[in-house]
Design a protein around this ligand. Structure first.
Ligand code: UDP
Ligand code: MG
Length: 314
């Protein structure tokens, strides 16, 4: 398909051990399939010389573009940078540690050519993932689906093909707190699945620890639901009813001569009301901090250097 251009975007953070093989393998697959492509590698503030590997690769192969961030801004920022640079009719996003198999790119493209705007690379097997990681990711999907009401996909990460239409729509979503796994179902484009066996990392180590994963889960879920604020309301109402019931009981008992000390009703009522107020405040503060992030309107990433830009226009 020489008339169409495919952009492949891969974020890289301290991936010097695996990046050369990723580039060779991915470019090999694309060349073999006779595709007109550009490979956009985004260095997310690496400190191990990943940028030099990208620079050398772009000097050797004019289809390779490189963007280097001034510091680590996160995988999603790197993906969005790739989207903003991509000139393709379709964009494939994939990790560069070879867990996402470049061999399935032609199948993703084939589905796109059938008319699907989003083609998910779905993991039929997840080798090299601990039981904890699998379990927590399944739980995350379940909670995210329930709480946000969006059909969040299981066993599928960012490894997908996105048509130019979808990329344009994603770039037009102005919020700072972005998360592709909830944004894609929200957009509602026609999706298809292609299955693949996700292997273990070829080299290097994961860049995600538990703290980073929790932060990601929170960012994925909270901006997509008002449930924590509603829970505050529901509990506040329940506490209100309980307090009124307690008050009435207290009056009845007093009238019928069973004198109870005031403190026996006062403490639980005040305690419960206070904790509800504090919880509701905490939920509101969380959303205020998200609003603060939005109004600051800072860029998602800062670019330090770019390679191969001029050569890849054709
Ligand atoms: N990555 C990134 N910035 C980060 C963390 C990760 O660009 O702050 C890249 C990383 O180089 C890899 C992809 O995102 O290409 C997925 O990261 P990783 O393999 O560590 O995640 P895992 O597969 O363990 O969930
Ligand atoms: Mg990985």
């Amino acid at each position: 398909m020489p008339e169409t251009l495919l952009s492949v975007v891969a974020p890289a953070y301290n991936e010097i051990e695996v990046l050369p093989h990723f580039i060779e393998k991915t470019a090999g697959v694309l060349e073999k399939a006779g595709m007109n492509y550009e490979l956009i590698l985004v260095d997310d503030g690496s400190t191990d010389g990943t940028d030099k590997t990208i620079k050398r690769a772009s000097e050797k192969n004019p289809k390779i573009k490189g963007v280097v961030f001034s510091r680590n801004f996160g995988q999603l920022a790197a993906i969005y940078c790739g989207f903003s640079k991509a000139k393709g009719d379709a964009v494939v996003v994939m990790d560069c540690d070879l867990q996402d198999d470049p061999e399935i790119i032609p199948s993703l493209v084939a589905k796109w050519q059938e008319g699907f705007d989003v083609v998910n690379a779905v993991r039929s097997a997840r080798k090299g993932e601990t039981a904890f990681k699998k379990g927590s990711s399944d739980l995350f999907t379940k909670v995210a689906r329930k709480v946000t009401g969006l059909p969040v996909k299981n066993n599928s990460g960012e490894f997908k093909l996105y048509s130019a239409k979808v990329v344009k729509a994603l770039l037009a979503m102005p919020e700072r707190n972005k998360y592709l796994r909830t944004q894609i179902p929200w957009l509602g484009f026609k999706e298809a699945d292609v299955y693949f066996e996700r292997g273990a990392r070829e080299a290097g180590t994961t860049k995600y620890n538990l703290k980073k994963l929790f932060a990601l889960a929170e960012k994925a879920i909270l901006p997509n639901t008002h449930l924590p604020l509603k829970i505050g309301w529901i509990i506040a109402l329940l506490t209100g009813f309980c307090s009124i019931a307690a008050f009435i009981t207290f009056i009845i008992l007093s009238i019928s001569g069973v004198g109870l000390p005031v403190s026996s009703w006062l403490f639980p009522t005040i305690g419960l009301s206070l904790s509800v107020l504090l919880l509701n405040n905490a939920a509101r503060d969380k959303y205020v901090s998200y609003i603060y992030d939005e109004i600051k309107d800072r860029p998602m990433f800062v670019v330090k250097e770019e390679f191969g830009e001029k050569d890849s226009d054709g």
